[in-house]
Design a protein around this ligand. Structure first.
Ligand code: NAD
Length: 495
């Protein structure tokens, strides 16, 4: 049960100007520059954050390197690191409402989703990797009697994390927690339109006993702070979540600096495929609606392409449309809101441009697609459904990252696979069928990092999230994520 009184008490609390967190202390940008933070709820000035520059990134990387070399964290007994990660999780839980409301005022996600997905997931993530700390180790290779081959697993050193605005704490924690668990020091660059909750989370980590300099946060513009981090010669790896456009830049920065490893969690154009033998059409329709419209479609795994077998197409679209038109779009801090605000005016304009081009290109808009609630000063849009979208249309190919659904009918399983895979992306998919053999065939043939069967979007920290094709490389979540943050070293000992 959501506590609306607690939300109301926090909704308009003043937020002081925010600075970087470097070496355990707050630090203004070297050139004293600040960025205004506008709330997507109502377009008003929420606060300012430090508008970082390359010199600030240098300071943060130096602090991270010094803390790493000092061994204050990396050389601590795993059981002690575990205690601190578990304490961070506790503090996140204790401050869940404060963190969630601050995050929503900054990024616009509806509070019902933010409470679960942001502090809820972040705490679970710190707990999961905290519990893993003293249960993972190296190996002794089966080399024969003349030698011993040791495979040591060591922290990589300084990890740069660059995260987007849709779920800053959850995605931040997916990178920060496993990186810290194995002893690295970290520099985080949050999105310029969603920095506040991650800054607060980092302060809580200090309060939990994380040594100074082990977790640093530098705020500011991607093209300045993100670029400086990507180009820095003393950063050992970059763990990034965001667009393919920036992902490509990061690969370039690596090539032009120290060849650091770059791990990319990128976008998607995920197909949600409904066969005529789906076991429960109502459940499938509700999941299709939630799968694209929660958090205004600003979800990497959003089911933005709805593939429907032709024999049920008309009926199924009617069900989806009816549910969509019942969604309450509005103030993200209202617990009854289903769909909150678009993150920024710029993103709203981008979404509306997609809608305009689709309509002009002949796609059939059967619902929504307009700016609404403009009198609030906030950035709101009615969820849009386009029917009979052709595979070559822009809304079938490009990630909108907004509340726009493209419906595409198909005739048989082979055609469903062909349409599903006709994309540069490969992040997520859904399949609805009561036919077990077909479910397994689809699982094998759809090229994406996750395939949901008779559900859409369920997940857990225990399973990896990663993309195929241009949806990225590497994995967040699960024990597999630890591979990014550790280097294997061989010890070869002659006996
Ligand atoms: P974005 O790529 O614009 O920005 C992501 C981060 O990169 C931000 O912190 C930004 O400041 C920074 N950045 C921007 N320019 C940079 C540069 N030149 N160098 C270094 N850093 C730079 O993405 P966004 O709009 O914040 O987020 C939306 C995207 O993120 C969508 O494509 C979405 O699918 C993707 N995403 C993917 C996942 C996943 O797990 N695969 C999860 C969430 C979001």
């Amino acid at each position: 049960m959501i506590d609306s009184q607690r939300i109301a008490a926090l909704a308009d609390a003043p937020v002081p100007p925010q600075k970087h967190l470097i070496g355990g202390r707050e630090q203004a940008a070297r050139d004293a520059a600040e960025l205004e933070v506008l709330s997507p709820r109502n377009g008003t000035l929420l606060t300012t954050v430090a508008d970082g520059c390359a010199a600030d990134v240098d300071d943060a990387v130096r602090a991270a390197r010094q803390s790493f070399e000092s061994g204050a964290w990396a050389n601590r007994a795993p059981a002690e690191r575990k205690k601190i990660l578990m304490r961070i999780a506790e503090l996140i839980d204790e401050h869940a409402y404060e963190l969630a409301v601050l995050g929503v005022r900054d990024n616009g996600t509806e509070i019902s989703m933010a409470l679960k997905a942001e502090p809820g997931s972040a705490a679970a993530t710190f707990r999961y990797y905290g519990e893993a700390v003293d249960k993972i180790g190296g190996e002794v290779a089966p080399t024969g009697p003349a030698n011993i081959g040791l495979v040591l697993r060591q922290p990589v050193g300084v990890v740069g994390c660059i995260v987007p605005w849709n779920f800053p704490m959850m995605i931040g924690a997916w990178k920060i927690a496993p990186a810290l668990a194995v002893g690295n020091s970290v520099v985080v660059k949050p999105s310029e339109t969603a920095s506040l909750s991650l800054l607060r989370l980092a302060q809580l980590a200090l309060e939990a006993g994380l040594p100074d300099g082990v977790l640093n946060v530098v705020t500011g513009k991607g093209a300045v702070v993100g670029e400086a981090l990507g180009l820095h010669d003393d950063v050992d790896i970059i763990a990034f979540t965001g667009s393919g456009f920036v992902g490509r830049k990061l690969l370039g920065y690596s090539a032009h600096s120290n060849l650091k490893h770059v791990y990319l969690e990128l976008g998607g154009k995920s197909p949600n495929i409904v066969f005529a033998d789906a076991p429960d059409m109502d459940k499938a329709a509700s999941a299709a609606v939630n799968g694209i419209f929660r958090n205004s479609g600003q979800v990497c795994v959003a089911g933005s392409r709805l593939l429907v077998e032709r024999s049920i197409h008309r009926d199924f679209v009617a069900r989806v449309r009816q549910r969509t038109e019942q969604l309450r779009v509005g103030d993200p801090l209202d617990a009854a809101t289903d769909v909150g605000a678009i993150n920024s005016e710029e993103q709203l304009a981008k979404n509306l441009q997609f809608v305009r081009i689709a309509s002009e290109g002949g796609a059939e808009c059967v619902s929504g697609g307009e700016r609404i609630l403009q009198e609030s000063g906030g950035y709101y849009m009615s969820p849009a459904i386009f029917d009979n979208v052709a595979s070559d249309m822009q809304i079938a190919r490009e990630e909108v990252f907004g509340p726009v659904l493209s419906v595409m009918p198909f005739d048989d399983e082979d055609e469903a696979i062909r349409i599903a895979n006709a994309t540069d992306y490969g992040l997520a998919a859904g399949v609805w069928t009561a036919n077990l053999s077909r479910a397994h065939r689809m699982l094998q043939r759809v090229r994406s990092g996750v395939v949901h069967v008779n559900c859409y979007g369920g997940t857990d920290i225990t399973v990896p999230l990663g993309g195929m094709k241009q949806s990225g490389n590497g994995y967040d979540k699960s024990l597999h994520a630890l591979d990014k943050y550790t280097a294997l070293k061989t010890g070869w000992i002659a006996l």
